[in-house]
Structures are given as C-alpha cells and as structure tokens.
Ligand binder design. Structure first.
Ligand code: ZN
Length: 122
C-alpha cells in the first residue's frame, strides 16, 4: 500500500481554505505531513515577524496566518473529541434510562457497558 502525501501547495491551500477536507484526514494520521505543515506554519510566523518589524500588522492578519492554522487543527480535534464524548454519553444515557423505561423485567446491571468505549474500531 502506498500512502500518497498531499503536495506542499496542496497543504498550503488547505491551510488557507480548509479544502479539500480529506487532506485534514490524511494529516491526522501522517506524521510526515504534520511536519511539513509545521514548516509551512513556521514560514508564516517568520512572515508575520518580518511584518511586525516593519510595521504593526492588522490583528486579523495574524489571525489568518498562525491563528488560522491553530483554529483549523482545533476544529478537527474538537470534532473528534465531541464525537467520542457523544458516543460515551449515549452509552451512559442508555444504561441509565433503558432499565426504567423499557422495564424488561430483568434487573439490568447499569454498569455493564453496552459498547466498550475504549475498544472501538480504529
Ligand atoms: Zn502524508
């Protein structure tokens, strides 16, 4: 199996626009591309530093360069965390509610996991 890495321009475009989404999925699992992203981000920071030396850049310029990358990655991480939280939450909700609302006549152990939250497919 060959892993195809997005080209640098493609990574840069993802930084700028968030497209294509599958680049984010790839970066999530590819250390090499994360490193490339770090380099691209470092370049951006250098650019911002240069601009600051010459003049004070508008606040949103920093937002669009370094902050934009952080926000993008944070969005991805938050989505993943939210998904995990939600899945675990539903297990708890089901375990708490089902014995009372469905009343199957059996004393269900509420601590018995419906799904193993740690053993999901990956
Ligand atoms: Zn890669």
């Amino acid at each position: 199996m060959t892993t195809r890495h997005p080209s640098r321009p493609r990574l840069q475009r993802w930084l700028d626009t968030g497209d294509p989404r599958r680049v984010a999925n790839h970066i999530d699992t590819c250390e090499q591309c994360q490193q490339t992203l770090d380099e691209l981000t470092a370049l951006d920071e250098t650019t911002v530093a240069d601009l600051q030396a010459a003049t004070t850049p508008p606040e949103d310029l920093r937002e669009r360069t370094t902050g934009g990358v952080d926000a993008r990655l944070r969005d991805e991480a938050a989505l993943t965390a939210f998904g995990d939280l939600f899945a675990i939450g539903w297990d708890v909700v089901r375990a708490v509610i089902e014995p009372e609302t469905t009343d199957r006549g059996a004393a269900q152990d509420p601590s018995a996991p419906a799904d193993d939250p740690n053993g999901g497919p990956s």
